[in-house]
Design a binder for this molecule. Sequence first.
Ligand code: SAH
Length: 258
Amino acid sequence: MAHRARKRFGQNFLHDPVVIDKIIRSIRPAPGDHLVEIGPGQGAITEQLLATVNKLDAVELDWDLVKLLRTKYAHHPGFHLHSADALKFNFCQLAATGGKLRIVGNLPYNISTPLMFHLLENAQCLQDMHFMLQKEVVERMAAGPGSKTYGRLSVMLQASCKVQMLFPIGPGAFQPAPKVASAFVRLIPYDKPPIAIQKPEIFSQVVAQAFSQRRKTLRNTLRELVSVDTMRNCGIDPSARAEQLSVEDFAHLSNAIS
Ligand code: SAH
C-alpha cells in the first residue's frame, strides 16, 4: 500500500537503513522502557523499536497512516497508536505512576519548536527525548553563550534539560528529501535544575525580552522589567547583551524580580 507524502503534515520518511540503525543505537531502547513515538509515519523507526521494547505508544495525525500502522502492527500487543495531534496530546497520561516516558520522533519540522515547548510542560514524566530536527534548529538548541546561534530557544531548553547534539544527517536519508540538513538530538530533563527558577513565566518573559533585540544592551531591552541596580546585584553588567548571559544569569535575574 503506497502512501504519498503530505507536505502539510511535514512528511519526510526515513529510508536509509544505516541512518535508522544509528538512531536506534543512540536511543538504546531496553525491553522495560516505555517509549512514545511522535509521528511514526510508515514505521521506519517504529519497526526497529518494536523489536526490542514491550511498550510503545505512538501519536500520529495523518489518518491514512494511522490505518496503515494499525494493520501493520496489529499483532504486537504492546503497541498503542493514538490518532491525535501531538501538540495537544497529554503525554503524562500515558505514564504509569512513578514511571517515566522516553520520547522519540523524526518530527515534522514545521511544528518542532511549539512541540518541544509543549513537551517541556510535561517534563516531570519524561526520562529523555530523542528528536530528528532541522540541523540549524539543533545548533540553536545546543548553543552556549557568546555564539551567534545562542538565543531564546537555547536558554529556554537548557534551563530544564541537558541538550546534546548527536550527529548530522543529510537530506538523502529521507523520502522525499527535505531542502535542509538535519541532525539528531537528545534532551534529558533535569531532576533538579542547576538553579531553581522561582517563577517560570517571569523567566520566560525576561529571556524573550532580552533577546527581542539582541544587539541592544540589557539596560535597554530589560528597562521595563529589571532595574540597573538589580542587574548589578546579580553580577550582571547592564551594558552587556543577552547573548553574553548564561542560563544561570537569566535564572538569577528572573528570581531577583519574582
Ligand atoms: N517517523 C517517520 C515519519 C516522519 S515524517 C519516519 O521517520 O519515516 C513526520 C510524521 O509526523 C508524519 O508521519 C506526519 O504525518 C506526522 N505528524 C505531522 N504533524 C503531526 C502532529 N501534529 N501530531 C502527530 N504527528 C504528526
